[in-house]
Design a protein around this ligand. Structure first.
Ligand code: HEC
Length: 119
């Protein structure tokens, strides 16, 4: 009888240990993938119109008249205004990106646009 209880305990604690291990595995698997950099996202989502260098000199960029992001006209705008326009969209051709990319990435993208002007 005592032996049987001991065995039952062993089974229960082995089960618990397994549950803990698989739980930890679940946590590891759920950890987020490395974040994409603003540059990756820019090349993926923005360069089709704005070109790699920000000039807007692509077939699509010329068609929609994407402004040169390095120009004084854009660079003199405040971060808040640029963030607002990238988040909510501007004109009829540029969609807002906040829903898709999140507010934090929009900020990073505006910083990236500024960095293009300095290259
Ligand atoms: C489909 C083409 C297209 C894509 C894709 C696009 N843009 Fe634009 N973008 C435009 C056009 C056109 C304008 C000029 C809009 C206007 O002034 O009416 C513009 C303007 C801007 C401006 C200037 C905003 C202002 O207030 O004048 C910034 C900054 C900008 N885009 C950043 C981005 C970023 C960052 C991305 C990627 C997340 C992006 N754009 C994707 C077409 C595009």
């Amino acid at each position: 009888m005592i032996k049987a209880i001991g065995f039952a305990r062993l089974v229960v604690s082995a089960g618990l240990a397994l549950a803990l291990i698989s739980g930890a595995e679940g946590v590891l698997r759920a950890s987020p993938l490395p974040q994409k950099s603003a540059q990756d996202v820019y090349l993926d989502k923005c360069s089709v119109c704005h070109a790699k260098d920000g000039s807007g000199n692509t077939a699509k960029g010329r068609k929609v008249k994407a402004k040169d992001l390095r120009s004084a006209e854009i660079q003199k705008m405040s971060d808040a205004d640029l963030i607002h326009d990238v988040a909510q969209g501007k004109g009829k051709d540029m969609d807002g990106f906040e829903k898709e990319l999140g507010a934090d990435m929009v900020k990073q993208l505006v910083a990236y646009c500024r960095s293009l002007a300095k290259q």
